[in-house]
Design a protein around this ligand. Sequence first.
Ligand code: SAM
Length: 291
Amino acid sequence: MLAGMHGEGDRKFPRGPQRGRPLPRRGRPGEPGGAAARAKGTSWEHVAAWYDKLTGDGGADYHRHLLIPAALRLLNVHAGQKVLDLCCGQGVLARALAQAGAAEVVGVDLSGALIQAARDRGGGEALRYVQADARALGPLADGSFDAAACLMAVHDVDDAGSLFRNLAAALKPAGRAVLVLMHPCFRVPRQSHWGWDDQLKTQYRRMDRYASEIAIPIATHPGARPGEHTMFFHRPLGTYLRLLASAGLAVTGGEELLSHHRSEPGGRSRAENRARGEFPVFLALQLLKLP
Ligand SMILES: C[S@@+](CC[C@H](N)C(=O)[O-])C[C@H]1O[C@@H](n2cnc3c(N)ncnc32)[C@H](O)[C@@H]1O
């Protein structure tokens, strides 16, 4: 997530009894824990008003400085193309894609309130929004898209394999995609922290867990509404690479995005800035649909 969500401030996540638990097993549609329950569980419907306000027209801090520029660079959308924005939220990337010249941008999200917020924010005739599940796109998985993006959302979806298969099915042969996510090697909410080594005068990154796939509840309003949370599904990088490969998506490029933030001069600012320059916050992967 972004500032105030699963971004640089992952130290801020409240520590509670639910420290992260193994990813839930997939249920069957209609069963408790099946498709309906899982859909409700990962939609951001319950926090839509908060997220829409936080993100605004042009995006929150990380959107504007890192995430959207990286997505546009790696996707390199050409005029006239048809682009899919999977898990589009309130349409912040979809609007940027339309501005970049895409002829048609289809934004998909599970949350009806965020889809409505996206429509209300306008952005031109090229934009169309559909409330749908990224794990089961139905008629949208029709092989008609030149390009696709999934921005800061794959870790909010419990079944990344289905998301990748649907993304691939939506693309034309040799279609391109970009996946931008919290860097799984350095940013695991509640399991990664900054630490200070007083002897070496060094700020270090501490990882408490990495290889385990874990579901982590993230409080959206710690303090004010203690029960309100979204779920974050951490997977190690190897899991993402394996799932992409089995969906027929080749990784053709990527960027590890470093924070643009700088500490005020004084105190530990040099060490903090050096650490920011060493440990990326986000990972952006450029993908190609294999024939
Ligand atoms: C962190 S938000 C990111 C939204 C947007 N891409 C952005 O950068 O602002 C994650 C989004 O994933 C959506 N989402 C979660 N599970 C989904 C699913 N199975 N299908 C479609 N959207 C889903 C949520 O409703 C939410 O809008």
